[in-house]
Design a protein around this ligand. Structure first.
Ligand SMILES: C[S@@+](CC[C@H](N)C(=O)[O-])C[C@H]1O[C@@H](n2cnc3c(N)ncnc32)[C@H](O)[C@@H]1O
Length: 268
């Protein structure tokens, strides 16, 4: 995957791009070839959510419903929203094939605060999606407006320290990864991501926003949230032995999970 600078984009642009990649993305997730998700950041995000039995959970940018199904399988009542009708089409097909009571809506995640009321959900989650929205700060603020003090927003993102606009593995003559070359960490803003890995059945491009750590934490603060913890999930030695391709994310933090809590209103 590469990332080139691009002009600011709208929610409609994101919807069109994710519609174009909907079939290939669904095939990728369902094939098991997205091993970072299945082995590392997916289980990491679930663990960060804690015990979700009986909780009402809203999942933002749910795509074809991967994380919604993970939540529902563990006893949560789940609503998933995504701006792409193509993604929601796949999510609803999975729900029809294996009903879990998940409700899916086509919606811009920046508008969830207008759709529901504070306290309608016990927890808001998002799996690898907020950086793919046109305005991550608005999405965080909208999600936070649904939370009561003490309730949480738990979400995952590519770790910006190892996923800046320029990144390339230096390899030895046998193709083994030696060291990750990274650059342009502070070159933040809208980018175009090329989904061109050989593991994909088709290639497509999506807009996204690269933010550095200062910007990410400022957005969380501006939304009225406090960070309880961050997590940098990585595979165990046993997982790497079973799937040697996970070695790279055992050496470097590829993912960043934010466990945030709605703060108490400030006293005047
Ligand atoms: C990398 S995919 C992740 C999908 C899903 N959470 C998963 O883990 O498989 C990013 C998703 O964000 C969605 N997205 C982008 N902008 C959005 C917005 N403004 N509101 C809701 N969803 C959005 C895309 O349509 C896409 O499905």
């Amino acid at each position: 995957m590469s990332k080139e600078a691009r002009a600011p984009f709208t929610a409609e642009d994101a919807a069109a791009a994710w519609d174009a990649g909907a079939d290939a993305f669904d095939a990728f997730v369902e094939s098991g070839e997205d091993f970072y998700r299945i082995e590392v950041h997916g289980p990491g995000l679930l663990a960060a959510c804690g015990d979700i039995r009986g909780l009402r959970v809203l999942d933002l940018g749910c795509g074809q419903g991967y994380f919604c199904r993970q939540l529902a399988d563990r006893g949560a009542q789940v609503v998933g929203v995504d701006v792409s009708p193509g993604q929601i089409g796949h999510a609803r097909r999975h729900e029809a094939e294996r009903p879990l009571g998940i409700v899916y809506e086509v919606m811009d995640a920046a508008q969830v605060g207008e759709q529901w009321n504070p306290g309608d959900f016990d927890l808001v989650t998002s799996c690898m999606a907020i950086h793919d929205t046109a305005d991550p700060a608005r999405v965080l603020a909208s999600a936070a407006s649904l939370l009561r003090p003490g309730q949480r927003l738990v979400y995952s993102a590519p770790n910006p320290t190892t996923d800046p606009p320029y990144r390339e593995w230096e390899r030895d003559s046998d193709g083994r990864k030696l060291a990750l070359k990274i650059d342009r960490y502070f070159d933040t803003g809208p980018k175009e991501m090329d989904w061109n890995m050989p593991r994909l059945e088709a290639h497509w491009r999506t807009p996204m926003v690269h933010s550095n750590l200062s910007e990410m934490t400022a957005m969380i603060d501006d939304a009225g949230l406090l960070i309880r913890r961050i997590h940098e999930p990585r595979p165990t030695d046993e997982q790497v032995k079973r799937r040697p391709k996970l070695d790279d994310c055992a050496r470097l933090p590829y993912f960043l999970l934010f466990d945030c809590v709605k703060s108490q209103p400030q006293r005047a």
